[in-house]
Design a protein. Structure first.
Length: 296
């Protein structure tokens, strides 16, 4: 029998104006193999176990920080008699993107650079990361002014410190520098493609455009998108547009026609049809239902 890991496509706050969720979890029996289309970090504060990410296994102990990219299959195991207590942050890739041509933290999305998906913080570095986690937890549960701006800043600082640590301790400086200068590796890596789609899904985007930009054939670029996301390019594009549309339906007073154009569809009719095929209801009904939930 062929085994398929769970595909998790939602998380709390996903359709809110600030798609970020932070929780503290206790795992007594690990967590089943799964993948999802959002970013996730975890930080262990108690217990011991292990985690597998795309069949690469590492131990988990207090101070272990893991950063999981979308579509990576991962599974958590607890050691016998142990409980793993960890913080999990789930968030949209959009939170790390910057306007214009600023690449922001896009380098974090490149899983072909040979750097590990986790680090083990110890000593003073562990104390610093634990303090940062505590700060973002307190801010997440607070309601002070500029909360979202500060949350985004703290999230970026946490990820930057993670990336610096793995870069410094993996002995990959020369290799990473070589990869960064290599047009063949960088142009054919899948994450620049995924990142580009995330930044431009509101435009009239076609496979032929991607093929030209990343110097790949249409069939090859279609294949790598399917291998990475488990979806065809068209379904992947629809998912991104509909996710943004759901957020706008819930959090704004924009008309459905305005939303259709905003998320990348040329007409209300096309948007409504695709939305209904995906969600089972038309956009206006979705808005009514979600507003009703918010009231109750």
């Amino acid at each position: 029998m062929t085994y398929f890991p769970d595909y998790l496509k939602t998380y709390p706050n996903m359709h809110s104006p600030f798609p970020f969720h932070l929780s503290r979890n206790t795992l007594e029996h690990g967590f089943r193999a799964h993948r999802h289309d959002y970013l996730e970090f975890s930080y262990v504060v108690e217990g011991h176990g292990a985690e597998s990410i795309n069949d690469v296994k590492h131990t988990m102990a207090p101070g272990t920080f893991t950063f999981v990219l979308p579509y990576q299959v991962h599974e958590i195991f607890t050691d016998p008699g142990q409980k793993l207590v960890l913080f999990n942050g789930m968030f949209s890739m959009d939170l790390l993107m910057e306007p214009g041509n600023d690449q922001g933290l896009s380098g974090l999305f490149n899983d072909s650079n040979g750097l590990p998906a986790y680090v083990q913080f110890e000593g003073a570095e562990q104390e610093k990361m634990s303090a940062l986690i505590e700060e973002i937890v307190n801010e997440y549960h607070g309601d002070e002014r500029y909360r979202q701006t500060l949350l985004k800043a703290k999230l970026k600082e946490i990820l930057i410190r993670f990336d610096r640590h793995r870069f410094q301790h993996a002995g990959k400086e020369e290799e990473a520098a070589t990869l960064a200068k290599s047009p063949s590796r960088s142009s054919h890596a899948v994450w620049p493609i995924i990142h580009y789609i995330h930044r431009n899904y509101q435009e009239d985007l076609a496979l032929s455009d991607l093929a030209a930009r990343f110097t790949m054939s249409v069939s090859r670029i279609s294949e790598v998108i399917k291998q990475t996301t488990g979806q065809t390019f068209v379904h992947f594009l629809h998912d991104l547009r509909l996710r943004y549309a759901c957020s706008l339906l819930v959090s704004t007073d924009m008309s459905v026609t305005e939303i259709a154009l905003e998320v990348g569809y040329g007409s209300y009719k096309t948007f409504s049809r695709i939305f209904r095929e995906s969600k089972g209801i038309v956009p206006k009904e979705y808005r009514r239902v979600e507003h009703g939930r918010a009231v109750t």
